[in-house]
Ligand binder design. Structure first.
Ligand SMILES: O=P(O)(O)OP(=O)(O)OP(=O)(O)OC[C@H]1O[C@@H](n2cnc3c(O)ncnc32)[C@H](O)[C@@H]1O
Ligand SMILES: [Mg+2]
Length: 209
């Protein structure tokens, strides 16, 4: 392989751990995955696109611009039917800045307090963008999405994962464990992020080969 390295443009340590784990399994260790700690620091882009695809692309473009390396970025969130798809792209900062998972979860529970069990459907979405130089002056860009359907429960459960995992029971598996109670590999097997990354992994292999 010419330069089998890819850069992961995320500032969320727990998300990065998931991305590394899933990529490691999908790429079989052939590609070295670099994170922010491995490159010179650069300013975080403002995530002001209207949708997940747009935000994932702007984070991956910023990664390529700063490092010159083929760059992957994830933009993700929880979309709640009873809230018309929100928090959606605002998931990280739903209860304000600085972002705080516990405060976000408390706010979501309050907002859904009067919503009956049969109307608490939601899904996680992840868009993963892969942006790399082609030598032509025009970068190649791909974006792939993945979903994990489920529902929002009424109390937090579990200590794995991050973000809204403590409130979310996926439809798959046995339908009782939150994604924060599932072992990491079980979440990866059905998660929005797992689906999107496994779909984009062949492009990564192709680009760095
Ligand atoms: O933008 P980067 O630097 O990657 O890190 P971030 O945490 O800001 O990431 P996003 O902008 O994509 O926001 C995603 C938010 O959606 C929520 N989220 C996404 N995937 C999740 C998952 O698998 N489990 C629980 N919550 C998740 C969680 O609140 C995240 O902070
Ligand atoms: Mg973000």
């Amino acid at each position: 392989m010419a330069d089998a390295r890819v850069f992961l443009a995320s500032r969320n340590a727990k998300k990065i751990a998931e991305l590394r784990r899933i990529l490691g399994a999908a790429l079989g260790g052939e590609v070295e995955v670099l994170g922010l700690d491995d490159v010179a620091s650069y300013p975080e882009p403002v995530e002001d696109a209207p949708d997940f695809d747009g935000n994932a692309l702007l984070k991956a473009r910023a990664g390529l611009a700063a490092t010159g390396l083929p760059s992957l970025a994830d933009d993700s969130g929880l979309c709640v039917d009873a809230l018309n798809g929100m928090p959606g792209v605002l998931s990280a900062r739903w209860s304000g800045q600085p972002k705080d998972d516990d405060r976000n979860n408390r706010l979501l529970l309050e907002q859904l307090a009067d919503v009956p069990d049969e109307r608490r459907a939601a899904h996680f979405h992840a868009s993963v963008a892969f942006v790399r130089d082609t030598g032509t002056g025009v970068p190649a860009e791909d974006v792939v999405g993945g979903d994990m359907p489920g529902r929002v429960i009424r109390e937090t459960r579990g200590t794995n994962g991050f973000g809204y995992d403590v409130l979310f029971v996926p439809d798959q598996q046995d339908g009782t464990q939150t994604s924060a109670e599932m072992p990491a590999e079980a979440k990866d097997a059905i998660s929005h992020r797992g689906r999107a990354l496994r779909a984009i992994a062949p492009l990564v292999v192709e680009a760095v080969s």
